[in-house]
Design a protein around this ligand. Structure first.
Ligand code: T4K
Length: 380
């Protein structure tokens, strides 16, 4: 092999889809074609909703066409308006969902150790216009739910969670679905569990569930009877077929992810200056996101490592750099936001998210460990 050949011939991606049995998926698609029922509250969507609600121990699971629309519907359904507090260190969809609903996202800083929104910072950002908090269980790790619930209760604010990364997770014994008024999942192709595109809102609130059920189907309460303003948030049957098939494989995916996370932690422990974000052992986690940090916080070193990985076809990502507050639609709204978001800025500079999932093996990770060690040495 020539010296400059990449370590991997085929690229290793972050977010390579985890896919269950091809045969079961195709069987289900055949059934869909026979039934000629492709969307609008189809039988597979209903089955998927029931299975997810049962697994998460929640009264209602409302499947949606994607996580972003699910967020928008939840935000509207709980009555958020004016200003809502949200982390800047998350995927841009979290803030876009508010902005798209005419709400001003007000960014609160994070805890640098956990990367989760900091309740003290949340409290600091509350103004007379604040109507709610949209927290994120980033990386499938727990947002400080109990502290946020206490603030929301005391200050009379709505609280919902973006749980896009947290499918099948349990935090301090509480499954996702039980925090705040509602929790929103993404089933995008890149997620631990996917329906190609898709998402859901989980809630134990019957009235809220009913409102969201109307909202996702144009407000229809039966043929010719529209009783609520609504949009099209429906999941289709082929996506539900993918979901049901992938649901049958999630124990396997979790086991693989966990093995990969442990393999990364082991190789990274041999590389001075790098660390892996740990998991809480008391929580059930899907281990989908393997998050490394450059301890010095040097963006140059982080970028050099990512570049070296990519030369070797290891397509690591700088999620969620540079922070939403530095992205064009929000930068102009908050030119000085960086001053109140020091930990967001610091963490965004140091993080590298590594490829994992069922397309990556522990042998691959050993090879990646070698690349990381060499890249770190030459970057310093
Ligand atoms: N809230 C949070 C906290 C989120 O992370 C997200 C989505 C949302 C809300 C919104 O949920 P959705 O509306 O998406 O359901 C990707 C995903 O598109 C996005 O869903 C996800 N978060 C985000 C973390 O990652 P990009 O812009 O990084 O996508 P892209 O095209 O660069 O692909 C990511 C990687 O996945 C690449 O390495 C390629 C690989 N990939 C992707 C697809 C679609 C594959 O290997 N196969 C595929 O089929 O946003």
């Amino acid at each position: 092999m020539p010296l400059d050949a990449p370590a991997f011939e085929t690229p290793l991606h972050v977010g390579r889809p985890n896919i269950g049995s091809r045969e079961r998926f195709l069987e289900r698609v055949n059934d869909i074609l026979d039934r000629r029922w492709l969307s609008n509250d189809g039988p597979l969507v209903r089955e998927l909703e029931e299975r997810i609600a049962e697994r998460m121990g929640v009264r209602h699971c409302l499947a949606m066409c994607n996580g972003t629309i699910a967020l928008e519907i939840a935000i509207r359904a709980v009555g958020m308006r004016d200003e809502v507090i949200v982390p800047s260190y998350t995927f841009v969809a979290t803030a876009h969902a508010l902005h798209w609903q005419g709400i001003v996202p007000v960014f609160a800083d994070i805890d640098p150790d956990t990367h989760q929104i900091d309740p003290v910072a949340v409290e600091r950002m509350i103004t007379p216009r604040t109507t709610g908090i949209l927290a994120v269980h980033l990386w499938g790790r727990s947002a400080p739910a109990a502290a946020l619930e206490e603030i929301a209760e005391r200050r009379g604010l709505e609280l919902i969670f973006d749980a896009a990364h947290a499918f099948d997770c349990t935090f301090a014994g509480r499954p996702v679905g039980s925090h705040g008024r509602a929790e929103v999942l993404s089933f995008h192709a890149t997620k631990f569990f996917n329906t190609i595109e898709g998402g859901a809102v989980l809630t134990n609130d019957d009235d809220l569930a009913e409102r969201m059920r109307l909202m996702r189907n144009f407000g229809f309460a039966g043929e010719d009877n529209v009783i609520h303003p609504g949009t099209n948030g429906k999941l289709n049957e082929v996506s539900a077929a993918m979901g049901l098939t992938n649901l049958e494989a999630i124990e396997e995916v979790t086991a693989t992810n966990r093995e990969n996370a442990e393999a990364y932690a082991a190789v990274v422990s041999e590389v001075p200056g790098l660390r892996a974000l740990p998991f809480e052992d008391s929580d059930r986690n899907n281990h989908q996101y393997v998050v490394l940090e450059v301890e010095s916080g040097s963006q140059e070193v982080r970028d050099a490592i990512v570049a070296r990985l990519r030369e070797n076809n290891v397509l690591a990502r700088k999620y969620f750099w540079p922070g939403i507050h530095r992205m064009q639609p929000y930068r102009d709204l908050y030119p000085h936001a960086g001053l109140v978001l020091p930990h967001t800025e610091d963490v965004a500079r140091r993080v590298i998210v590594m490829p994992s999932g069922t397309a990556v093996t522990t042998d691959d990770i050993r090879t990646i460990g070698g690349i990381l060690a060499e890249a770190m040495e030459s970057a310093q």
